[in-house]
Design a protein around this ligand. Structure first.
Ligand SMILES: Nc1ncnc2c1ncn2[C@@H]1O[C@H](COP(=O)(O)OP(=O)(O)OP(=O)(O)O)[C@@H](O)[C@H]1O
Ligand SMILES: [Mg+2]
Length: 278
């Protein structure tokens, strides 16, 4: 089992969009996947049409008396399960700080799931608090979206400093999020980050297909598989997969692009990949 955290200090940069889509891509690639929504806002839970409630809330869940498996729900998708959010996660830092070893809590909770899942994706709330310490201690890779703006680049450095302090050596993979290459500033930031080994080659463009996820409650990679953002998430997963040293997936592969013709909505010409790009 490999654990990927989607995290960072900044809010609204595309963490949930990435977690939701990468979880779908990973499960379609044949991996038994768990998406854990650690954000009290419950946006990832909403995208998978589940209720953002956990019986007993954060205190009981993190207390560990009952295994995480008792809170996990299946989704409409094969090999993809969800650990939903709960509003009580707003006080998760307080709950964790009352524990003797707060940074070990998430790792310990996940350990019994080792044989049940190949990939666990943690969708984190923005911030670098105690919960992020616990997440970083449990993860094999931290994924951080960077919106091309000078301050977002700074937040990448903040996360790097946080990792250096709490889990030196933990791999970090940044990716450009909501990229609009018609904007000069965006192109400048792309230039600035080019060649940085921590930055993924795939960048997720700004796309209405991603925005529509909140309404349609279907991951963009499924609803609009030929959309450029969907293409970017699939490529990003390939880069994540490369860094995770995963065993070969046990399940059969589902070709998401093959579902394009059955997608609810016609593919839009403005942000669709040219043929041959998958
Ligand atoms: N590639 C994209 N193109 C267009 N809109 C996007 C894209 N990615 C995310 N968004 C939109 O931006 C908003 C914030 O995205 P998202 O919720 O994924 O960010 P987040 O980092 O998880 O936010 P938070 O820190 O609040 O959890 C959402 O309305 C989402 O639909
Ligand atoms: Mg989010």
């Amino acid at each position: 089992m490999r654990v990927v955290a989607v995290a960072g200090a900044k809010g609204g940069v595309g963490k949930t969009a990435a977690a939701v889509n990468l979880a779908m891509v990973a499960s379609a690639a044949g991996y038994r996947t768990l998406l854990w929504d650690l954000d009290p806002q419950g946006a990832a839970t909403h995208c998978y049409r589940a209720r953002a409630r956990v019986k007993g809330g954060a205190t009981r869940l993190l207390g560990g008396k009952r295994g995480l498996d008792s809170y996990i729900r299946s989704t409409d998708h094969v090999r993809l399960d969800l650990l939903p959010a709960d509003p009580s996660f707003r006080v998760v830092d307080t709950v964790l700080s009352s524990r003797r070893w707060p940074d070990r809590v998430i790792r310990k909770l996940l350990r019994p799931l080792d044989r049940s899942y190949d990939v666990v994706i943690l969708d984190c709330a923005p911030g670098l608090g105690i919960v992020t310490e616990s997440v970083v201690a449990a993860s094999d890779l931290v994924l951080v979206p960077v919106v091309p703006a000078p301050l977002s680049v700074r937040s990448l450095e903040q996360l790097q400093a946080f990792i250096d302090e709490h889990r030196p050596g933990l791999p970090l993979l940044a990716f450009l999020s909501m990229l609009d290459d018609r904007k000069v500033l965006h192109r400048q930031v792309v230039g600035q980050l080019q060649g940085d080994p921590r930055v993924a080659l795939s960048a997720v463009p700004v796309s209405s297909a991603v925005e529509r996820m909140g309404l349609e409650q279907v991951p963009a990679v499924l609803a609009s598989p030929l959309n450029l953002a969907a293409v970017a998430y699939r490529r990003l997963w390939a880069e994540v997969e490369d860094r995770l040293d995963l065993d070969a997936p046990s399940g059969s592969v589902i070709d998401l692009t093959g579902l394009a013709e059955q997608a609810d909505e016609p593919v839009r010409p403005d942000d669709t990949a040219p043929s041959g790009v998958v």
